[in-house]
Design a protein around this ligand. Structure first.
Ligand SMILES: [Zn+2]
Length: 315
């Protein structure tokens, strides 16, 4: 039986936010069972918290933002992707500043934080949401679906009119090993012609060749090579894993995305919540063919804000 997991100890990272350009730091701390992932921030003398849950979704323009009142966190998807990709269910992500550090544009620095801390198996079984009927959201030619599947997996297609990208397809079996090896290292990418437009809108101000793969008209602006020939589609898988974690529970299903992005990813999360006849809840170890727990009625997209631990400390 699979159990919930948290971290053995806390770990820390500092850097520049990709969109704001402001310095920021995060600490990832252990959390009790059934906490989920919760962002916390010290505002004046108070600690404010924001669960990594779709209920608190802010704007999804080029990055995924969470919002509770004046507590606003930009670019949550890469750290969430690392936590979900390595199957860490419960963690507090403490934030100094308004944006998660961009680090190198991939989720490897967050994966390294988790590996440094160590993953701790907890006493409570893991729960899963198992898809039993397809759910699809579309926006013109862009779409994302989730289909019934025995194992969690993702197939992603992208199509960019650039000689180094064009059509790419990647298939990912969702295991921590596959994630660390094939997904975590894929960096954020952008097109040179778009960069000035982003800047004019106050986005991408912390973007640099240290944290973004920038495509010029025909080649790369960066001096270093791509980490994978299909790095772009792998980064889309990375983003999708982070955005899907806003459901607050791992999903057993086959996600198929075509030219999607943060907006469609999060719309699919909403569609899953609004279609409870298309999934069932399972405890770890159950197959879905018997002994199914009928817990739909207890599933709620709004989770309670947890009590913060007294030992929780400011950076
Ligand atoms: Zn991303």
């Amino acid at each position: 039986m699979r159990h919930q997991q948290t971290l053995e100890t806390s770990s820390f990272l500092s850097g520049i936010g990709l969109h704001s350009g402001n310095p920021g730091s995060i600490a990832i701390h252990p959390a009790p069972v059934n906490t989920g992932v919760v962002f916390v921030k010290h505002i004046a003398d108070q600690i404010q918290s924001c669960p990594a849950n779709i209920t608190f979704l802010g704007q999804t323009d080029h990055c995924t933002t969470l919002q509770v009142g004046e507590f606003d966190i930009q670019t949550v998807e890469h750290v969430l992707s690392a936590l979900a990709g390595l199957e860490v269910d419960n963690a507090y992500v403490e934030l100094l500043g308004s944006e998660i550090p961009a680090a190198d544009g991939s989720s490897t620095p967050f994966v390294d934080m988790i590996y440094q801390s160590g993953v701790l198996i907890q006493e409570e079984p893991r729960k899963y949401l198992k898809i039993v009927q397809p759910i699809t959201v579309e926006d013109g030619p862009r779409s994302i679906s989730v289909l019934p599947s025995a194992l969690p997996q993702i197939t992603y297609f992208i199509d960019f009119p650039h000689p180094l990208i064009q059509q790419q397809e990647y298939h990912h079996f969702c295991t921590p090993h596959e994630y660390g090896k094939n997904i975590a290292g894929a960096r954020t990418f952008a097109f040179q012609k778009e960069v000035e437009f982003l800047w004019s809108r106050g986005l991408g101000l912390g973007g640099s060749l240290h944290n973004t793969v920038v495509f010029a008209e025909t080649g790369l602006v960066n001096d270093d090579d791509l980490r994978f020939s299909d790095e772009c589609v792998r980064h889309k898988v990375l983003d999708l894993i982070g955005d899907l974690s806003l459901l607050g529970i791992p999903v057993i299903g086959h996600f198929i995305a075509k030219c999607a992005g943060h907006a469609l990813h999060t719309q699919l999360v909403q569609a899953i919540i609004h279609n409870p006849d298309k999934w069932i809840m399972l405890n770890a170890g159950e197959t879905g063919k018997g002994g199914i727990l009928n817990e739909k009625s207890s599933f709620n997209s709004t989770i309670c804000l947890p009590e913060l631990q007294p030992a929780f400390h400011a950076l």
